[in-house]
Design a binder for this molecule. Structure first.
Ligand code: PRP
Length: 187
């Protein structure tokens, strides 16, 4: 049988309960670290969206939200190394405490690019929070302030992470055991 998006075998790596428990801990740590600082949480679209939403709700201090979009994978299972800015923040971050919220730091190229870019806007501080960290793939060193889980070098999907834009809606982190065929538009 052809393996397609809806019947591809997926091995669960981090279940929904573990994810939520760890995110609650991270939210509590950030609450303590940013009390009185009126931080801006930045969601790095698209992958970070479910983590961002859960992390924000796990924080019990006033926070502001902003969004930006970058892409580096362009549909494959490996980073292309080329980072493209698709949408910028809608607010000025000069003098503000900025928390960048990522789903995964892999080669580190996306985060290094963002840090370099956002630093020039003179925020009061700039911190990196990532749900997943894959240190074995790092090509560029990036300072990670808070990490949810360190994971092995496997292609992960779910909880915001995609393969060919699918699987972002899974409530857990999984590994695709076979790369499925992607449906063509209108098929
Ligand atoms: C993924 C992920 C990070 C980046 C990490 O984004 O969300 O932004 O890749 O990879 P790196 O450390 O090798 O740069 P992607 O470009 O797939 O866009 P998406 O969030 O829209 O899926």
């Amino acid at each position: 049988m052809t393996v397609t998006i809806d019947n591809a075998p997926i091995r669960e790596l981090i279940d929904a309960e573990k994810l939520q428990a760890r995110i609650a801990e991270m939210g509590a740590e950030l609450t303590d670290a940013y009390r009185g600082l009126d931080p801006v949480l930045v969601c790095i679209l698209k992958g970070s969206m479910p983590f961002f939403a859960a992390l924000g709700q796990a924080m019990t201090i006033p926070v502001r939200y902003d969004y930006l979009a970058v892409a580096s994978y362009h549909g494959g299972t490996k980073s292309s190394g080329v980072v493209k800015f698709l949408a910028d923040l809608s607010t000025d971050i000069v003098g503000r405490h900025v928390v960048l919220v990522e789903d995964i730091v892999d080669t580190g190229r996306t985060m290094a690019y963002l840090l370099e870019n956002l630093k020039t806007r003179q925020p009061a501080s700039l911190e990196v929070v990532t749900l997943l960290d894959k240190p074995s793939r790092r090509e560029v060193d990036v300072p990670i302030g808070y990490r949810g889980f360190e994971i092995p070098d496997e292609f992960v999907i779910g909880f915001g992470l995609d393969y060919a834009q699918y699987y972002r809606n899974l409530p857990y982190i999984g590994v695709l055991e076979q790369i499925p065929e992607v449906p063509k538009p209108g098929a």
